[in-house]
Design a protein around this ligand. Structure first.
Ligand code: CO
Length: 217
């Protein structure tokens, strides 16, 4: 059937595209892959949404080797998530990245759903973390009348909360104790125009955290 044929052609094109990409890279620089094979020293850890419209490297023009990437639904930093913590520990303590960027995006399905009473499935329990951010910012959010403006602000507040969650980890506070060049940033990407908004919430130490979160390291 035609649909099957189209999907198969699409699938084959992915591997074909890969071959073309390799050829293009080698044309630009015959040593491109040899250099990458020697190892990585990326300056940036990217924590972004799994959304297919927000490809980390592409939207900031970063070539392979520059960005260590962790993506999950709604770019969450959950302090008991072993996957996130492993990525964070490796990036901070082995690769010694200088910048950790939490990049949310307007039009985020996870954030939108968190504002509603929708029951989707297993994901309800992941989205619970985002609902907590809504509760913590209820006073600001519930007075915003226009639905899009409200969810856009919720996206921004969620990014800010995840930047704070990074700062609360023993990994980031430990690194801050040893070196002064680790910056945490919060960004929001707009899928409608491709532009990134820097929320200007950069953290370089734990001084702005509520006292209970400060660790004696
Ligand atoms: Co999203």
């Amino acid at each position: 059937n035609l649909t099957e044929l189209i999907m198969e052609t699409y699938y084959d094109s992915l591997l074909e595209n890969n071959k073309n990409w390799v050829a293009d890279k080698l044309k630009e620089d015959p040593d491109f892959f040899n250099k990458l094979a020697h190892g990585q020293k990326p300056p940036v850890l990217w924590i972004g949404c799994s959304d297919s419209r927000v490809p980390a490297n592409e939207i900031i023009g970063a070539p392979p080797g520059e960005v260590f990437v962790h993506r999950n639904i709604a770019n969450m930093v959950v302090h008991s998530d072993m996957n996130l913590l492993s990525v964070l520990d490796y990036a901070v303590n082995v690769l010694e990245v200088k910048h950790i960027i939490v990049c949310g995006h307007y039009g985020c399905g996870g954030v939108q759903t968190a504002m509603t009473n929708a029951h989707v499935g297993l994901i309800d329990n992941w989205i619970r973390h985002i609902k907590d951010v809504y509760r913590m910012n209820y006073e600001e959010l519930h007075v915003i009348q226009e639905p899009k403006a409200r969810v856009d602000r919720f996206v921004e507040l969620n990014v800010f909360e995840q930047v704070c969650n990074l700062a609360k980890t023993s990994i980031v506070q430990g690194a801050w104790e040893r070196r002064s060049d680790l910056h945490l940033h919060g960004w929001v990407y707009d899928v409608a125009d491709g532009l990134i908004k820097d929320l200007d919430v950069t953290l370089m130490n734990n001084s702005t955290l509520q006292n209970v979160y400060k660790l004696d390291i």
